[in-house]
Design a protein around this ligand. Sequence first.
Ligand code: AMX
Length: 473
Amino acid sequence: MVLFRSVTALSKLRSRLGQQSNLRDSVRWLQTQTSTDLDLRSQLKELIPEKQERLKKIKAEYGKVQLGNITVDMVLGGMRGMTGLLWETSLLDPDEGIRFRGLSIPECQKVLPGAKPGGEPLPEGLLWLLLTGKVPSKEQVDALSEELRSRAIVPDYVYKAIDALPITAHPMTQFTTGVMALQVRSEFQKAYDEGIHKSKYWEPTFEDSLSLIAQLPVVASYVYRRIFKDGKVIPVDDSLDYGANFSHLLGFDDPKMHELMRLYVTIHSDHEGGNVSAHTGHLVASALSDPYLSFAAALNGLAGPLHGLANQEVLLWIKSVVDEVGENVTTEQLKDYVWKTLNSGKVVPGFGHGVLRKTDPRYSCQREFALKHLPDDPLFQLVSKLYEVVPPILTELGKVKNPWPNVDAHSGVLLNHFGLTEARFFTVLFGVSRSIGIGSQLIWDRALGLPLERPKSVTMESLENYCKKAASS
Ligand code: AMX
């Protein structure tokens, strides 16, 4: 990669020399381009020793401090409320929602560079923030955009692996198959086989994570065009950033869709460590499986309807309302439809959350986007109506801890508005976005030397015996 960066800088210098007569300017420009300020890997190299020391100190000074009590309810209830993971890139507050390295979504929208001033944040900027904890400059983001474009090369056997599946295979199955095929070129696996020292694990993890993040839009778009379009692949556009390129590769070049994709990827990137996809990626990587293997595992968790597949389910559910009742559905008709869904033993997709207890800010910012760009869209109006109808009904059930909408309640109608109407594909978009959060954390997992995950499990019998003993003593 170092060689690649030098070659890229030199070829850019050559083209600048073609454009400009001032050699001194160009040399100065080359110096800034190769300086460590613009290089994410160099930035990380500086940060890692300090964080390693900090973790050592926490272990030494606070190792025996209790973080809460584990109850039987927690063990039987999917470990809700049980703190058990270190996850540096983001933190979820039940009321406020997600903070990426301390910044809320509106704050990220304010401080992260956009394609134009005031535009939606560029996902590359978020990647920089998640990895370093620092808000990048526009120049740093541009350098990272370029680096990602240069890594967006997908070997032919990846397409062949996908082509081996029937076209009817779910897009997530095709996508994950592509990720598994990408694994063939894992730098981590190669370095491990060659006997790399564990203090250097983070370096090939960095290479794999960045390449994975860069390659995923290409693989995802291949799957999309294979299933839903003409099968023709659209090449990467060297003038576009990550989000806009993803939209372009899928076949959508409306500037508003580019903006939507930047926002979509940014807000879907990370949601602290305990959700199914993030936790799975982290768990699998704790066995020193490389980022490709770990991320493919994460994607399989994301593909479940209680997690990432919910965005597909929401649009299909909304369309079923329209098919059955019509677009101008009244509040009463909508209430009846919600009850019908619940009475048939199904969940209302897009509502509820394992941690959040208020409206998801990822929902709110998508609503803002809709109000700005598609206020009259009939499906957006239906989504707005659901916001009024669903929470009181879920509250009435008496068991739902959070009746408010989550991220998935909104994303589908935005994509649908700009022509991406194939709901079955939506979770793939979610998957591409998640690589930014999970990939970033995996680098820190290895930099901090986090151990193999291995919690204790119990049988029902041992649990009963333990509880009886505890009650009698
Ligand atoms: N519709 C109907 N019932 C719901 C519900 C919903 N939207 N949300 C929760 N419930 C039910 C649960 O199924 C559970 O019922 P049970 O006791 O009969 O099994 C009960 O309410 C208590 O659940 P909870 O503690 O409030 O939620 P949870 O932490 O167990 O589950 C979640 C969280 C997201 C799986 C759940 O709210 C749900 O199924 N929502 C719909 C699917 C969805 O939108 N998923 C996407 C979440 C965001 C994401 O990961 N992308």
